[in-house]
Design a protein around this ligand. Sequence first.
Ligand code: PNS
Length: 168
Amino acid sequence: MSAPPAPPSASRVAVYPGSFDPITRGHADIVERSLRFADRVIVAVAVNAAKQPLFSVEERLALIRRAVSHPSVEVRSFDGLLVDFARRAGATMIVRGLRAVSDFEYEFQMALMNRNLEPALETVFLVPALDLTYLSSSLVREVARHGGDVSQLVHSAVLQALRDKFAK
Ligand code: PNS
């Protein structure tokens, strides 16, 4: 075994990275589930992941803070490699949500690449609540852009932000 197990007293820190453009109820569900096995969860917004994001990094950070307000959840942005950010943050786990088989190939590649870069970091895949499995930020953006109702899919602060964005 290359990475020794963390002592029982150590605080378990998980990084949940993504674009979060914007955060959906599916993302919030994954954060909640992560808190069942992590003492602290860092929701990490990748600065350069989305080429033309709808929301700026600052807007996304603010919306995540509204949508997942919890004393054990921290919301930060990062630039560069995820593994470097995770190492600096003292994380031992990367959390990713797996919604469907179509997610698998990309997630599998990413997990193996991250392991290659940093063997001590473990990727943990979580399955969201069944009624949220079809949800994605891109679908939410598209439906909201055309005036569709996404009120059940995002936090009220995100709903307002989408309305403001598309009213312009
Ligand atoms: O929500 P997304 O867009 O699917 O998240 C992708 C993300 C941000 C997790 C991924 O692009 C990432 O980790 N970017 C940071 C740069 C990096 O470390 N790339 C190598 C990953 S193998």
